[in-house]
Ligand binder design. Structure first.
Ligand SMILES: Cc1cccc(C2=C(c3ccc4ncccc4n3)CNN2)n1
Length: 302
């Protein structure tokens, strides 16, 4: 397959490698080419995408994994669907959205994560999967306005009858900015799979906040609309590319969370989103909503 791929241009860079737009049999695809040092990420991500029953409309569509032996070195690549809107981060930087679009983005993100977190017992079954690096950069926006979750290099799988958690031992760790308090103060018990799901939901709360800022509402008593500028979570209290320590100080010691503007109470969708995100980023992991609960709550809105 790799031989039939024609690289067109770069569409994204990460710590793991680079993402390109490519042509494959006249079709536009996304190709992620991993740095030589990231073999474990390539292997892990391949393993997750090839998990039985993982396919879902809100999970990035996998096409193929391939290795090119180039004599002196090997090129590891993964091929998926291409989404011209790019990542949710890029999309929110360049667009303002209606409450209806906000609801669809949030609902589809919750649906994708609920599918990932869900264990299907049976033959074939599906292991429960925790993502461990949820952030707006790792979520894509499809043409139909729905999210597709990407980047499974850090994911962990769990099957209840095996009662074992497979954590790939690789150097990669989650992104500090989106790390849950229990990860920052290292109280997350890695032998309890449930705790990984709760940490994912904390990150979802932050992504819902990023989305909500870009949703505009009618200014009461005038015919103008308003919204907030795009911002990363904690943009106003930590430096760019914050360290683990920066985040520990802000999230665990000071107990800061992103600000929820009063204007969000003026709209049903934004008011619901405000409640959801505050429950998702609660310091006590057991208080946080599950992905399924978020999906049901957003699915019930008009
Ligand atoms: C496994 C894999 C292959 C190709 C890309 C990706 C990936 C991303 C991706 C996927 C499709 C895209 N389409 C358009 C623009 C950016 C994209 N990024 C973002 N994070 N990982 N993952």
């Amino acid at each position: 397959i790799a031989k039939q791929i024609q690289i067109v241009r770069t569409v994204g860079k990460g710590r793991y490698g680079e993402v390109f737009l490519a042509k494959w049999r006249d079709e536009r695809v996304a190709v992620k080419i991993f740095f030589m040092t990231e073999e474990s990420s390539w292997f892990r991500e391949t393993e997750i995408y090839q998990t039985v029953l993982i396919r879902h409309e809100n999970i990035l569509g996998f096409i193929a994994a391939d290795i090119k032996h180039m004599g002196s070195h090997t090129q590891m690549m993964l091929i998926t669907d291409f989404h011209e809107n790019g990542s949710l981060h890029d999309y929110l930087c360049t667009s303002v959205i209606t409450p209806q679009k906000l609801q669809l983005l949030a609902y589809s993100l919750a649906s994708g994560l609920a599918h990932l977190h869900d264990e299907i017992v049976g033959t074939p079954g599906k292991p429960a999967i925790a993502h461990r690096d949820i952030k707006s950069n790792n979520i894509l926006v499809k043409r139909n306005g729905q999210c597709a979750i990407a980047d499974f290099g850090l994911a962990v799988k769990y099957t209840s009858e095996m009662d074992e958690i497979q954590i790939a031992q690789n150097s990669r760790v989650s992104t500090p900015r989106y790390m849950a308090p229990e990860m920052l103060n290292q109280t997350l018990n890695q032998q309890q799979f449930e705790e990984f799901k709760r940490a994912d939901m904390y990150s979802v709360g932050l992504v819902l906040w990023e989305m909500s800022r870009r949703c505009y509402t009618q200014v009461p008593g005038s015919n103008t609309t308003t919204c907030e500028d795009y911002a990363l979570p904690y943009h106003d209290v930590v430096p760019a590319d914050p360290t683990f320590e920066d985040m520990h100080d802000v999230v665990c010691i000071k107990g800061f969370r992103p600000p929820v503007p009063l204007r969000w109470q003026d709209d049903d969708v934004l008011a619901t989103m405000s409640k959801i995100m505050q429950e998702c980023w609660h310091p006590n992991p057991t208080v946080r909503l599950t992905a399924l609960r978020v999906k049901k709550t957003l699915g019930r809105l008009e």
